[in-house]
Design a binder for this molecule. Sequence first.
Ligand code: NAI
Ligand code: 15L
Length: 264
Amino acid sequence: MKRILLTGVAGNLGKIVRVKLAGWADVMRLSDLNEITDASATEEVQCCDLGDREAVMKLVEGCDGIIHLGGISTENTFDSILNGNIVGTYNLYEAARKHGVKRILFASSNHTIGFHERETQLDADSTMRPDSLYGVSKCYGEMLASLYYDKFGIETARVRIGSCFEKPLDRRMLATWLSADDFVSLIKRIFECDRLGCPVIYAASANAEQWWDNSKVSYIGWQPKDSSEKFAQQEYLQKRAVNANDPAVRYQGGGFASAGHFED
Ligand code: NAI
Ligand code: 15L
């Protein structure tokens, strides 16, 4: 890897990925809306708003690959989502096309399919059923990636991340949990495999409870190693759901499916 652009580096996942991938690329170009002041010798900083087309054009120049984590990461107003995730992702793909970037990891989300019921096993071809405006913006990002692959040959891993936190925060996350190490091993496979294409990849650890089938993407050779089982007996995860028909329990998106709607 020569020069990799990492967007959203001041966020939860960006901070972790930056540390765990230190030394993996010759140069890591770091970007976020927020300031970054502590670049190492193999890092370069170029902060901007993803919604700023000219700035994003400059940001992508000279990069061989992009790990795109930046943007709005939970439900929000349409205007915020429009700037960060709709305009921002378009700006990034246009810049990638103009500067000849060959491979991108797009941080999509399980909220693209959050209105599927939990007992439905999903795979890469399952119908999108977004549970929020945020989820809709990730569906858009996935479709944009598909267009740029079919028309311009830019490969993208459309990674539907489950819940990447230090530990599962609630019982739902026993199924959706993704460890940081598993995420980083997935990133490496995405950029190191000979042929990627434009697959949808569900990013969850090897948890006992599984909602998502990745067999259509077995060719990239990613095997998650961690499991949420090591947390399953912890006190805070023992309280069972009172109402199995509560949308937060019924649907894969959990609280995103039951939450109210943001009005601008
Ligand atoms: P985060 O909210 O902690 O980080 C996102 C970063 O993007 C922030 O540092 C923020 O300043 C930056 N950002 C927001 N709008 C921007 C803009 N207009 N221009 C430039 N930068 C902007 O989110 P987190 O948890 O680190 O997630 C990273 C990515 O992974 C997000 O795209 C999120 O949607 C996706 N994801 C994360 C999951 C998780 O479990 N953490 C689950 C599913 C998807
Ligand atoms: C996401 O898409 C969010 O970015 C993250 O903060 C979590 O809410 C995660 O999904 C989840 O579903 O747990």
